[in-house]
Design a binder for this molecule. Structure first.
Ligand code: G1P
Length: 299
């Protein structure tokens, strides 16, 4: 049994080239999903799961991230003077949410390298990693379940989603064995972004991990893999095969709603899906979408 996990690590050093020119001077994590930056959804999810110590792995050009989670005295004073408490609350939401820490990645040498940058802050405790491109619907439970499984099994936990085999090349893919729990599988192998023909399954690793601190030692000697980058998937592959040394790896199978903001089309879908479910926007947006899709709209 381990103590309760409190630390979340959020890698956010990517260059966001898929969204140029929007990301020329702004981090991709700050792209609004409806009216909140994508990264805020992810920090909110961590906090909901009880992880109030958040370490962001950033890089050059990421100052807006730090500013977003900090006070903006001038704006606060203006809204206060106007008595606009609703907007003031929105401004303060991201300020008071968590205990935020930042470390820079320097050379972006892959996700594994980014996670290794967290070692000093995390120390010898298990911790969660949340990737900013994935938003998990707040009505669906994933991270809490993963934290529970880490405690129960004393192993590292990945989130798995069954995807269309045509999409498996976009993800880490897992070879799995069933356990006595239908939502949990034992991970026996992992391959980073395999071709469909050689993928061990259509179980894709999505951007949530609960990792034992042994991962740091493994990452230290993990050689560059796919794309010449140090891959977290490769380190987890080693851990999956070393149950005695590292506790092994299990997967929590997620069957809820996940929104991918990592590429343009998925990002647009995520904005539409989330907006259409909002009480303030949905009632007007939904009928408009239906009319638009039917080719009736001339807007
Ligand atoms: C990363 C991981 C990959 C995982 C994916 C989930 O890839 O390397 O194993 O499946 O996140 O979103 P990326 O999408 O950052 O290229």
């Amino acid at each position: 049994m381990t103590d309760r996990i409190t630390k979340a690590v959020i890698p956010a050093a990517g260059l966001g080239t898929r969204f140029l020119p929007a990301t020329k001077a702004m981090p991709k994590e700050m792209l609004p999903v409806v009216d909140k930056p994508a990264i805020q959804y992810v920090v909110e999810e961590a906090v909901r799961a009880g992880l109030t110590d958040v370490l962001m792995i950033t890089g050059r050009n990421k100052n807006a991230l730090e500013n977003h989670f900090d006070r903006v005295a001038e704006l606060e004073a203006t809204l206060e003077a106007k008595g606009d408490t609703a907007k003031l609350e929105k401004v303060n939401e991201s300020t008071d949410m968590a205990d935020m820490h930042y470390v820079r990645q320097g050379d972006p040498r892959g996700l594994g390298h980014a996670v290794l940058r967290a070692q000093m802050h995390v120390g010898d405790e298990p911790f969660a990693v949340l990737l900013g491109d994935d938003i998990i619907d707040e009505r669906d439970v994933l991270l809490t379940r993963m934290l529970d499984e880490e405690r129960k099994r004393d192993a590292s936990i990945v989130a798995l989603l069954e995807v269309d085999p045509d999409s498996i090349h976009l993800y880490g893919a897992a070879a799995v064995e069933p356990t006595d729990d239908p939502d949990v599988v034992r991970v026996t192998g992992l391959v980073e972004k395999p071709a469909k023909e050689v993928a061990p399954s259509n179980y894709a690793v999505i951007g949530r991990y609960v990792l034992k601190p042994e991962v740091f030692e493994v990452l230290r000697h993990t050689e560059p893999g796919k794309g010449g980058e140090i891959q977290l998937t490769d380190a987890l592959m080693e851990m999956a095969g070393d149950i005695e040394g590292t506790g092994g790896v299990f997967g929590v199978v997620f069957r809820g709603r996940r929104y991918d903001t990592g590429d343009k089309l998925d990002y647009i879908k995520a904005v539409i899906q989330l907006a259409s479910e909002r009480d303030d926007l949905g009632p007007e947006l939904r009928p408009w979408l239906i009319a638009f899709a039917a080719g009736l709209s001339r807007d």
